[in-house]
Design a protein around this ligand. Structure first.
Ligand code: ADP
Ligand code: FRU
Length: 295
């Protein structure tokens, strides 16, 4: 069991399932609705916690009814909320999600009006004893300072960075993390239609880091610090139920794998296996805890 801190967002997710994704200006009926907690860093922690790790969240909370739902869910997953910061009058970031039951795809409209976790919030967290810190690639100037503090004061703690969306100056973070987790969306914005070609392009620019790029139903590729490229096919579930949080699950599994000292190839296989398993289930509670011996 490792001690893991993740810095990033927790959200309220309102998920409407529809038979097929609608045309613009259509009026259709949802076949089901689910309201729950989401957010990339929070989702990643929920999976890591099910994998047996001790998890802590660094993020901001509102004070509306949804903030209660978010904290209850994180607590129910055993996640330490001691480092989070609550804003009086703050509103929980909300995602309105259309889930197509025909394809399993999820289309997300996200609204936020809540301050981000700051370097001062981060400075209050004792980092001694942590085995891993995961950051979302957002709130760039502050995240750069959080990474800088970590690397100066605790150079041995591995740091991962999720790069989901192109954001101004996001590249300034890449030199500061040990594991860079890119999305297909980001690679495509850089003009690449293939994960391996994208990683080849990045390699000389960021030689110090393990580079990983997930590519939805096509699986994922990674290049380790020695320059060895590996890929894994995806592991489609028997029935595709819900892809929301597949990327967050994939990231959790990569962190878990590196903590277990897996090779890049093993880590990618592990991550595609768990992310595929998640796609066969609604929500993120899809890992059966190991049975206690003798039971
Ligand atoms: P997200 O869009 O949630 O950020 P991705 O689409 O990049 O995440 O997928 C992350 C991982 O989840 C992929 O590498 C793959 O292993 C798994 N995955 C995603 N979609 C599917 C799918 N339709 N079938 C099987 N596995 C999938
Ligand atoms: C899934 C997710 C949702 C959340 C949105 C935030 O990856 O974390 O739970 O609403 O993305 O970007």
């Amino acid at each position: 069991m490792a001690r893991i801190l993740a810095v990033g967002v927790a959200t309220l997710d309102i998920v409407n399932s529809v038979e097929a994704y609608p045309e613009e200006d259509a009026k259709i009926r949802a076949t089901a609705q689910r309201v729950g907690r989401g957010g990339n860093a929070a989702n990643t922690l929920v999976v890591l916690s099910q994998l047996g790790h001790r998890c802590q969240w660094g993020g901001t909370l509102g004070s509306d009814f949804a903030a209660g739902l978010v904290t209850e869910d994180l607590k129910a997953h055993g996640i330490d909320l001691g480092a989070c910061r609550a804003y009086r009058e703050g509103r929980t970031p909300t995602s309105y999600i259309v889930h197509s039951t025909r394809t399993g795809s999820r289309t997300i409209i996200h609204y936020r009006d809540l301050p981000e976790f700051s370097r001062e919030d981060f400075a209050r967290i004792p980092l001694d004893g942590l085995d891993w810190i995961h950051f979302e690639g957002r709130n760039i100037a502050e995240t750069a300072l959080m990474l800088q503090r970590t690397k100066q004061a605790h150079p041995a703690i591995p740091c991962s960075l999720e790069v989901e969306k192109p954001r101004p100056e996001i590249e300034s973070l890449f030199g500061r993390a040990d594991v860079l987790l890119f999305s297909r969306d980001y690679a495509q914005h850089q003009g690449y239609d293939d994960a391996r070609a994208f990683l080849q392009y990045l390699r000389p620019r960021f030689p110090h880091a393990d580079l990983i790029c997930a590519w939805g139903e096509e699986g994922a590729s990674g290049m380790d610090r020695q320059g060895k490229m590996s890929s894994s096919a995806s592991c489609p579930p028997p029935v595709l139920v819900d892809t929301l949080g597949a990327g967050d699950t994939f990231n959790a599994a990569i962190i878990d794998a590196f903590l277990r000292r897996y090779t890049m190839e093993e880590a990618l296989r592990h991550a595609c296996h768990l992310a595929g398993m998640k796609c066969g289930h609604q929500g993120l509670d899809f890992i059966t805890p190991p049975r206690a011996s003798g039971s």
